[in-house]
Design a protein around this ligand. Structure first.
Ligand code: PYC
Length: 435
């Protein structure tokens, strides 16, 4: 692999690479004074090169973050990111933008905590405001059984240094006055797991920030470039066939969501993934009234209020596996009923739109990351409903894997061989809602 001297600063593996330059107050003033501002596009278009050191399939947060950390941390810049659509048009632009690290297993907590830490400094590192608002995250418990799981999660979190604790209805009411904490509702609120570092992020800003920074380091971002096949010789990757021509490469990283098993099929790698749509919806903006992210597993709903005032809702994955991303009326009816049980005051709120993304579910609700039996073919897939939260850490760790040639400690537990070995990392209990 060719390694370049790193701009804007050279960094050890764990060190931020420094601010990515490009946008500044001076540039804003200069452009503002022009009659016709001439901001350059945030990233460039390129012809497909004949070969790249690394080809990343999937131009979402995971693929772009992997490219960015390869370039910024390891000086590996002869990298292509391919997307059959546009950057961030898949799960990265369809999630409900929640970040948190209040998971259930020590492996999961350590991993997602690293992601929250990377997210905390990402605006400064990328010189691009990703609007991370750490307003706290409340997972409501409506039964003794879920209170027990919340206590369990709180203890595992605290042992890993992650701020989480179980609180009662009075404290919940103070944090989110719109919630009905009386014993009137069908499922009264008995307590909640409160996770102060959790919050929401502007998800497309994460895509644009990583894309711009990767481009500045010389990574080639290829939109509308569909992968049609992956060539191998004697068990090792030799190239990628795309709708725009063939690329020679010895390293391919599958960073897709929704299509991950189809890309794996191209090299005969089998993983236990089933793909389900997950629907979400947003209201018109209303005055700010809801600070924390609120999740109710029993009512299968999560709600947050954006900086603009819209309420963003999500729910469980649809009950049947498919690749369609159409919204459905029965989803919106069920969602509205559940939201009103939680916050009756929203009965007059008007929905603006609904949409769906695809979730690649694994049996243990943990991702599949690392090398595969095909030399040079790596996977960063199987994110289920957790992909957005993990973008930065997944990119950082996949870049380390490619640089070092072996899985780093944080992702060792998530290897594909865990299913054969029966060493699952069960994170179903940390899902926001029952899927
Ligand atoms: O696990 O926090 C979560 C989540 C929110 C939306 C989808 N998953």
């Amino acid at each position: 692999m060719t390694r370049r001297r790193m701009r804007p600063d050279s960094g050890a593996a764990d060190k931020p690479s420094g601010r990515v330059s490009g946008y500044s107050a001076a540039a804003l003033v200069r452009q503002g004074l022009r009659r016709a501002p001439d901001w350059k596009p945030a990233w460039r278009s390129h012809d497909l090169a004949e070969s790249y050191d690394v080809v990343i399939v999937g131009g979402g947060i995971h693929g772009l973050a992997t490219a960015y950390y390869l370039a910024s941390r390891h000086g590996i810049t002869n990298v292509a990111v391919l997307d059959m659509g546009y950057l961030g048009g898949g799960g990265s632009g369809r999630n409900t933008a929640i970040a948190r690290s209040n998971y259930l297993t020590p492996e999961g907590v350590a991993f997602y905590d690293r992601s929250v830490k990377l997210y905390e400094r990402l605006s400064a590192e990328l010189n691009f405001n990703i609007m991370f608002s750490q307003r706290g995250h409340l997972t409501l418990a409506h039964s003794d059984a879920s209170l027990r799981t919340m206590r369990w999660r709180a203890e595992v979190n605290k042992l890993q240094g992650v701020d989480s604790e179980v609180i009662g209805p009075d404290e919940i009411k103070k944090m989110a006055p719109a919630l009905d904490v009386s014993d009137e509702p069908r499922y009264p609120i008995l307590g909640a797991l409160h996770h102060p570092p959790g919050g929401i992020i502007r998800h497309d800003a994460v895509v644009w920030g990583y894309a711009r920074a990767a481009d500045l380091y010389g990574v080639h971002l290829h939109q509308r470039t569909e992968v049609l096949g992956i060539d191998t010789e004697q068990g090792r990757v030799t190239g990628v066939r795309t709708s725009r021509g063939r690329i020679a490469t010895g390293t391919v990283v599958n960073c897709t969501a929704g299509w991950s098993s189809l890309i794996n099929d191209m090299v005969g790698v089998r993983t236990p993934i089933v793909t389900y749509p997950l629907q979400a919806a947003v209201t018109e903006p209303v005055k700010p009234f809801l600070d924390p992210v609120v999740v109710s597993g029993t009512l299968h709903v999560y709600v947050s209020q954006t900086a603009r005032g819209e309420l963003v809702f999500g729910a469980s994955v649809d009950p049947f596996a498919q690749y369609s991303m159409r919204g459905s009326l029965d989803f919106i009816e069920g969602l509205a009923g559940h939201v009103l049980e939680l916050m009756p005051g929203l009965s007059k709120a008007r929905l603006l739109r609904q949409w769906a993304g695809l979730c690649d579910m694994t049996p243990d609700y943990s991702p599949i990351m690392g090398p595969t039996e095909v030399d040079g073919f790596h996977v960063d897939i199987g994110w289920g409903t957790y992909g957005f939260k993990a973008g930065p850490v997944a990119g950082e760790q996949m870049a380390l894997l490619i640089n070092d040639g072996k899985p780093p400690v944080l992702i060792e537990p998530f290897g594909v061989d865990r299913f054969l070995a029966g060493q699952l990392v069960g994170e179903k209990g940390a899902a926001s809602v029952g899927h």
